[in-house]
Ligand binder design. Structure first.
Ligand code: BG6
Length: 514
């Protein structure tokens, strides 16, 4: 692509109004920065969505020369970007990348960071927005936020449309008390509208499509309730194990790592009422309202609404995989769950009596995330003879990943001279209709934060409402230790005890996938 032709190179960004920005990434040498953040920024540049004045400062404890950080970023793009490095565009992004070494609890390093940001602003000859991306372990969230406050960086541009913003990665607390504490620390330094609590599931195309599917089509809304829906099953399954993240994961577990945040967002978007408008506040109000109407989980050693388990050795994708306790950095006595299944009831007009089943786990049979709306059986007794009529419950499956799309399961007559039936599927696949190169979640979310759109981010009260539901469960499990912790083989669909949650209502887990 020639220098004359690409609009980015002519300063003609087609950005959605992203103002000139300095983004500072805390945790710059971390895995997320390499795999997701740098490639996302590069792809925004490639799509001409970065502002004309765009600067990136990586912040980390380890001293790294600017050139080395630039080269590492280039390698990260080569390895992790969805599109290859474009040698015309990349140098223009690269030249505005620098690195700042400093401790997270070192006020002097933040003073220096401020001077660096102000020098960039001076050189640009116009006001710039400062966007801080906190992608560090949670133990340093507090000092970073406090130093952003005391250095004056948090207040930069306050009162203008270039007010500083902060993006905070998960985990957002580990229970209600710590989430509330973190919210307090944040709001001591930033106004809520400057804060972007990230949940990358909200940046996924299919998750955003949920609102469109529900509210831009008139055929689904009338049946999206207890009169027609029998149950909802949300599955977020991974075939990978904990890999090298054992140190983090063992303090987290499937419930904190996936269910309390990602899976709960899927539930909220599936079950909430139509918002008054598409504004961030109206949508988030509806999500909070929905979360508030979820009944507390029943906790009981012999039943209840929750099941947890740990993976044991097994075969996955044809290869032998170790059990959780054999993984790197996992203590022998660990009671951390790598799988959890929950049954929620929503106490409102629309959903009374409809169970919402959620499950998530590592080392399951395949990687698949989906929301399945299972409808009630048709009334009447026309097709009840099982020897002729193979019938399945109508199910609308929204497949979040991989192979994004929507599938409707229905029953059809098998062609022939007698009447026999069989379940069939009607598919819509994103890749077939729109091509397969859709933006990654982080591209959308970073751009949204840059332009000041918080619709796809979690509001403070939203995370607290979710933690209110999860904290009693986590405390209960902690008090039980390994008692009641089930196990499942790598490569399976989880423990048998997870089936019990559904049998009580004569339901069964779907075999997730298209
Ligand atoms: C992260 C979790 O938030 O989400 C990981 O910490 C998990 O454990 C990942 O693997 C899954 O994300 P995705 O986008 O691959 O489904």
């Amino acid at each position: 692509m020639s220098e004359e032709r690409h609009p980015f190179l002519q300063g003609l960004s087609k950005h959605r109004g992203a103002p000139p920005t300095v983004i500072v990434i805390f945790g710059a040498s971390g895995d997320l920065t390499a795999r997701k953040l740098i490639p996302a920024l590069y792809n925004l540049g490639l799509d001409n969505l970065l502002p004309g004045d765009f600067h990136l400062i990586g912040y980390g404890r380890k001293p790294i020369p600017d050139a080395e950080f630039q080269d590492k970023s280039e390698k990260d793009i080569g390895q992790f970007s969805r599109r290859p490095l474009n040698s015309d565009i990349w140098p223009h992004i690269k030249k505005n990348i620098s690195y700042h070494a400093g401790g997270y609890d070192d006020p002097k390093a933040f003073e220096e960071l401020r001077e660096k940001c102000l020098a960039i602003e001076k050189e640009a000859g116009r006001d710039l927005q400062f966007l801080f991306y906190i992608s560090t372990p949670p133990s340093v969230f507090k000092p970073i936020l406090e130093n952003l406050g005391s250095s004056g960086l948090a207040a930069h541009g306050k009162g203008t449309n270039l007010a500083s913003k902060v993006i905070i990665e998960k985990p957002f607390g580990r229970d209600l008390a710590t989430a509330m504490e973190l919210n307090q620390i944040i709001t001591n330094q930033f106004d809520e509208k400057q804060v972007y609590r990230i949940d990358h599931y909200l940046g996924k195309e299919t998750v955003q499509d949920l609102m469109v599917l529900r509210f831009a089509n008139s055929i689904f809304e009338p049946i999206w309730n207890r009169n027609y829906v029998d149950c909802v099953q949300i599955t977020v399954a991974e075939d990978l194990g904990v890999g090298t993240r054992g140190g983090y994961y063992d303090h987290s577990g499937a419930t904190r790592d996936m269910l309390q945040n990602h899976t709960m967002q899927l539930l909220a978007l599936t079950a909430m009422e139509a918002p008054v408008s598409l504004s961030a506040e109206d949508i988030r109000n509806e999500k909070v309202k929905l979360l508030k109407s979820i009944q507390p989980l029943k906790l009981d050693p012999h039943g209840g609404d929750a099941v947890r388990a740990q993976y044991s050795e097994g075969i996955i994708n044809g290869e032998k995989a170790p059990g959780y306790l054999e993984e790197q950095d996992i203590p022998q006595e660990s009671a951390t769950e790598t799988f959890a299944a929950l049954r929620f009831h929503i106490n409102n007009w629309r959903w009374q009596g409809v169970p919402f089943y959620l499950r998530s786990g590592k080392r399951l049979a395949r990687r698949v995330s989906e929301i399945a709306i299972q409808f009630k059986q048709p009334s009447g007794s026309l097709f009840t003879d099982p020897s002729r009529f193979d019938m399945a419950a109508n199910t609308l499956v929204i497949q979040i990943q991989p192979d994004e799309g929507t599938t409707l399961l229905m029953n059809s007559k098998i062609p022939g001279l007698e009447t026999r039936t069989q379940p069939v599927k009607m598919h819509f696949r994103y890749s077939t209709t729109f091509g397969s190169n859709t933006p990654e979640a982080y591209e959308r979310l970073i751009l949204d934060a840059m332009v000041g759109d918080s619709t796809l981010f979690i509001r403070g009260d939203e995370t607290e409402t979710s933690w209110k539901l999860y904290t009693p469960l986590l405390e209960y499990w902690e008090s039980c230790g390994r008692k009641g912790l089930d196990s499942y083989q790598c490569g399976s669909w989880g423990p048998l005890s997870a089936d019990r949650l559904l049998w009580e209502n004569k339901h069964e887990w779907r075999r997730a996938g298209p």
